[in-house]
Ligand binder design. Structure first.
Ligand code: SF4
Ligand code: SF4
Length: 305
C-alpha cells in the first residue's frame, strides 16, 4: 500500500506503510511460529492476529490489553411477548429450530440456534418479531514487547469471522498510523474462505507457509489461486522441508512453473514445540538451524517488502 503516514511527532516524516500477510492452506503448518519470530525480528510495526477463529499468537507474544471493543457481526431474532398471539407459525418457519414454545413464558428464540436470517420476521403476521444486533465478540488492542498488537475474540458458536478480520485490519491500520509504524504484520486466517480473503485484501506480499505433503501441495495450489485472483504477490516458505524432500521438490517445481518464489526452507526441529511450550518466539528460544533459517527468511522478506 502506497500510503504516506506521519510519525508520532507530527513532523513531516513520510513513510510507506507496508503490509505483510503470513497465510497457509490449512491450520497447523507453522504459520504462527513464523509470525511470532518475525514479530521478534522486525521493528516499528503493528501486529494483527487475523486468525480469529483459532488465535494462538497471544501464546507467544503475551499481549497486555489496552482497549477492548464490542464486535456486533450477527443478528438475533426477539419475540415481543405482548404482541405475540402464540399462533405458532414462526416455529414452522424457522428451519434452524431456533423458536421454542415454553411454559409459562410463551414463544421464545434460542439465541444459540438463531442464524439471524429474518424469515420469522416476515412470517409473523402480528409483527411481533424483530432482528437485533448481538455481540459476537471483541476487538482488542494490546501492548506486547514487540509493539502494539490488534487481535480478537469470537464468542463460542459465532461465525462472523470474515467481518471480524476486516475490523481487526482496520483497527491495525489506525493504530499503525497513530504510532507512525512502517509495517503491519498479519497472522492471516488459514484456508481459502472469507477470513483469508479479508486477511489478504490490499497486502503488499502474502507469505504462504506450506508443508511437504501431498495435501500441503493441494492446499498451496488453492491458496496461491486465491492470492492470484485478488492480484496479491505471493511467496512460499516450506516448513519442515526435510521431512519429505521428494514432496518439497515437487512443491518447488510447482512454484517454479507458476513463477512463485520459494523464499524459505525451514528444517524440522523439536525446538519449535519447546519454544511454543515456553511461550517464546523460536528465534529467542534457540539459535539453532530453525532460527537461522527463519532469520534468513526474514532478511529476504524485509528486502522484498
Ligand atoms: S408467528 Fe408471531 S404471533 Fe405467531 S407465535 Fe410466532 S411470534 Fe407469536
Ligand atoms: S431469524 Fe431465522 S434463524 Fe432466527 S429465529 Fe428467525 S427464522 Fe429462526
Amino acid at each position: 500500500m502506497e500510503d504516506a503516514i506521519r510519525g508520532d511527532s507530527g513532523k513531516n516524516k513520510v513513510m510507506r506503510l507496508k503490509q505483510l500477510a503470513v497465510i497457509s492452506g490449512k491450520g497447523g503448518t507453522g504459520k504462527t511460529t513464523i509470525v511470532g519470530a518475525f514479530a521478534s525480528l522486525s521493528d516499528n510495526k503493528v501486529i494483527a492476529d487475523c486468525d480469529v477463529d483459532a488465535p494462538d499468537l497471544h501464546l507467544i507474544l503475551h499481549p497486555e490489553v489496552i482497549t477492548r471493543e464490542e464486535f456486533r457481526g450477527a443478528k438475533v431474532a426477539t419475540i415481543d411477548r405482548d404482541t405475540c398471539t402464540e399462533c405458532g407459525a414462526c416455529v414452522d418457519i424457522c428451519r434452524f429450530n431456533a423458536i421454542e414454545a415454553t411454559t409459562p413464558s410463551g414463544f421464545k428464540v434460542n439465541p444459540a440456534r438463531c442464524e439471524g436470517c429474518g424469515a420469522c420476521v416476515f412470517g409473523c403476521e402480528q409483527d411481533a418479531i424483530t432482528l437485533n444486533e448481538r455481540i459476537s465478540g471483541y476487538t482488542i488492542v494490546s501492548q506486547t514487547r514487540y509493539g502494539k498488537m490488534v487481535h480478537a475474540e469470537l464468542k463460542v458458536g459465532e461465525e462472523a469471522s470474515g467481518k471480524l478480520v476486516t475490523v481487526v485490519r482496520t483497527t491495525a491500520r489506525r493504530v499503525a498510523e497513530e504510532e507512525g509504524c512502517e509495517m503491519i504484520l498479519i497472522d492471516g486466517s488459514p484456508g481459502i474462505g472469507c477470513p483469508v480473503i479479508a486477511s489478504l485484501t490490499g497486502v503488499d506480499l502474502a507469505l504462504v507457509v506450506t508443508e511437504p505433503t501431498m495435501s500441503g501441495l493441494h492446499d498451496l495450489r488453492r491458496v496461491i489461486g486465491v492470492a492470484g485472483h485478488f492480484g496479491i504477490r505471493p511467496a512460499v516458505c516450506i516448513n519442515k522441508y526435510d521431512l519429505n524432500e521428494a514432496n518439497s521438490n515437487e512443491i518447488m517445481a510447482y512454484c517454479s512453473r507458476e513463477g512463485v518464489p520459494v523464499v524459505g526452507k525451514i528444517p524440522y526441529d523439536a525446538v519449535v514445540t519447546k519454544a511454543m511450550v515456553a511461550g517464546m518466539p523460536v528465534v529467542e528460544y534457540s539459535d539453532g538451524t530453525v532460527s537461522k533459517a527463519i532469520k534468513a527468511l526474514w532478511r529476504h522478506i524485509s528486502r522484498t517488502l
